[in-house]
Design a binder for this molecule. Structure first.
Ligand SMILES: [Zn+2]
Length: 530
């Protein structure tokens, strides 16, 4: 391609301070244009990057023996296809889709997607028993694609059970601006999203249970104030939150108890209750249950379904609201002074909580979701009738290992993890063009002829090449080359008189002057053949 005729509108400055580094660079380098919040047009360079990601996915999936299909309805559709299979010999069934994900689940963060939604690679492995190896295999496979794109990412435990999935994991790229919080254990490597994270509750020191007392605590509505006012430790305070819980056939208020300033993990609470949805009760709804203002509710004498976090049930001489304005109860002892309908892990993890496996303090980090993997078992196979009669004559349900990779998001994360102050540094595998030829003197016939010859030589070798033959100052051509981020820059300038050109690696900035006949060797040093 010739840049003179190519639509790559670069901008010297960032059009607005808003957005992440990847969004700003994609706009400046002429990959995308913003239409409205969360809506972009992919320009030729941006579309080429997405095309590279498609190429990688296609090639690698076929190498792994997966066959491409276009289906409506994702997992359900694959279930129906699998239901036609009658023999073990036809399993595993390995299919993939490479399509725009129309679900339009609002992902506000920037990605290389057109207005219709992100381009997504969906992977379906249908088999019986042993789901462990396909899970392991697809995890590695997605990792390898990320590595080709010079993206650092890790699989992290995610909440399961939401859509009938078991063993759900998400692929997260480390990013401070990421939308997903997760914990990691420096001791044993345990990792999970904050919604899925488990942790060990501290064991309170033994002490004799004292008689419960009601104390005046005027205006003390928050846990922090309560600790200050009564001089008790946070680990001894019982927070009781009233939720408005909706089931398929009814609504019901539910009390959720967690210790101190810990938040309730609403996703886990909904799972424990088997609820369709839930939200915190309004002040008025809560008052109907507790008879008091927010901040003075407690479990003693409360006539609703109560769910207690294990941190509560082990407490001795705790403090709780008295269900009466301006009063609290001290020396509250679970089991003696109140009961609960169910004990369940509903407390939200906090930084420094103990790892459930080795008790090291957990650390917090943030990441951008690139994909996920999950196992769908009996619920899925029953719905679609995907079962097989085994040699023993018994019917065995099939299992689906489903993975997906958001290629549009991956494109944005490549930029986020591979850029410097001058622009993008594309890894060779996903660069819109791998080599840019910068012709310094655009109106010199000798230089033009040399540029033409080099262009053809490199294109014949299989490189994707952009020839910058614009009538611009050399400085602005170099700036654009850095901004767009071609992995290799070849400068045809004064050294041409000696039969030489300058070759620069974008990622390292290293420049070498090489003879024309050595150019391929010099480029191969920067872009190794895969
Ligand atoms: Zn650990």
């Amino acid at each position: 391609m010739r840049l003179k005729d190519y639509y790559a509108p670069t901008l010297k400055n960032t059009p607005s301070a808003a957005g992440t580094a990847s969004e700003q660079l994609a706009v400046r380098a002429g990959l995308v244009r913003k239409e409205a919040a969360g809506l972009y047009h992919l320009l030729p360079l941006g579309r080429r990057v997405l095309r590279r990601l498609e190429d990688i996915s296609l090639k690698d999936m076929e190498r792994e023996g997966y066959q491409e299909v276009m289906v409506t309805g994702g997992r359900e559709a694959v279930g129906k296809l699998a239901a036609e299979i009658k023999s073990y010999k036809q399993l595993p069934l390995k299919l993939f889709t490479l399509d725009v994900d129309y679900r339009g689940n609002a992902k506000p963060s920037f990605s290389l997607s057109g207005s219709r939604g992100p381009l997504t690679l969906g992977m379906y492995h249908v088999g019986v028993k042993d789901p462990v190896s396909p899970i392991k295999h697809l995890k590695t496979f997605c990792h390898q694609i990320a590595r080709k794109c010079a993206v650092k990412a890790r699989w992290v435990g995610a909440p399961s059970g939401l859509d009938g999935a078991r063993q759900a994991l998400v692929l997260l790229a480390a990013s401070e601006a990421g939308e997903t919080g997760f914990v990691t254990c420096p001791g044993c490597g345990y990792t999970a999203t904050v919604e899925a994270a488990e942790f060990s509750r501290p064991i309170p020191p033994a002490e004799p249970a004292l008689p419960m007392e009601k104390v005046l605590t005027p205006g003390v509505r928050t846990m922090a104030r309560l600790e200050e006012f009564l001089g008790v430790k946070e680990s001894k305070t019982i927070k009781t939150l009233i939720y408005h819980v909706a089931y398929q056939d009814r609504v019901e208020p539910v009390g959720a108890m967690v210790a101190g300033e810990r938040a309730v993990n609403e996703q886990k609470l909904a799972g424990v209750l088997g609820a369709d949805s839930l939200r915190l009760a309004t002040k008025e709804e809560a008052r109907e249950v507790t008879g008091c203002s927010t901040g003075f509710s407690g479990p003693v004498g409360l006539k609703v379904r109560l769910i207690a976090d294990p941190e509560i049930t082990g407490m001795v001489n705790g403090v709780a609201g008295a269900n009466e304005d301006d009063y609290h109860l001290i020396n509250v002892n679970p089991g003696r002074d109140f009961g609960w309908h169910q004990m369940a892990d509903i407390g939200m993890v906090r930084e420094g909580d103990a790892c459930p496996h080795c008790r090291e303090p957990l650390q917090f980090a943030r990441g951008t979701g690139l994909g996920r993997i999950a196992l769908y078992g009996e619920t899925w196979s029953k719905r679609s009738g995907a079962a097989i009669t085994g040699e023993d004559g018994k019917e065995a349900p099939m299992e689906l290992v489903f993975a997906e990779l958001d290629l549009s998001r991956l494109g944005a994360v490549i930029i986020e993890q591979n850029h410097d102050g001058n622009g993008i540094c594309w890894p060779a595998a996903t660069a819109p063009f791998q080599v840019v030829l910068v012709q310094v003197k655009s109106n010199d016939a000798h230089h033009s002829a040399a540029a033409e010859a080099l262009y053809r030589q490199l294109a014949d070798r299989g490189y994707t090449v952009m020839l910058d033959d614009r009538d611009e100052r050399a400085g602005s051509k170099f700036k654009d080359a850095d901004l767009i981020g071609y992995p290799v820059r070849v400068v045809i300038g004064q050294a041409l008189e000696r039969g030489e050109v300058e070759v620069t690696a974008r990622a390292t900035g290293e420049t070498r002057t090489v003879k024309l006949e050595e150019i391929v060797a010099a480029i191969e040093k920067i872009i190794p053949e895969d």
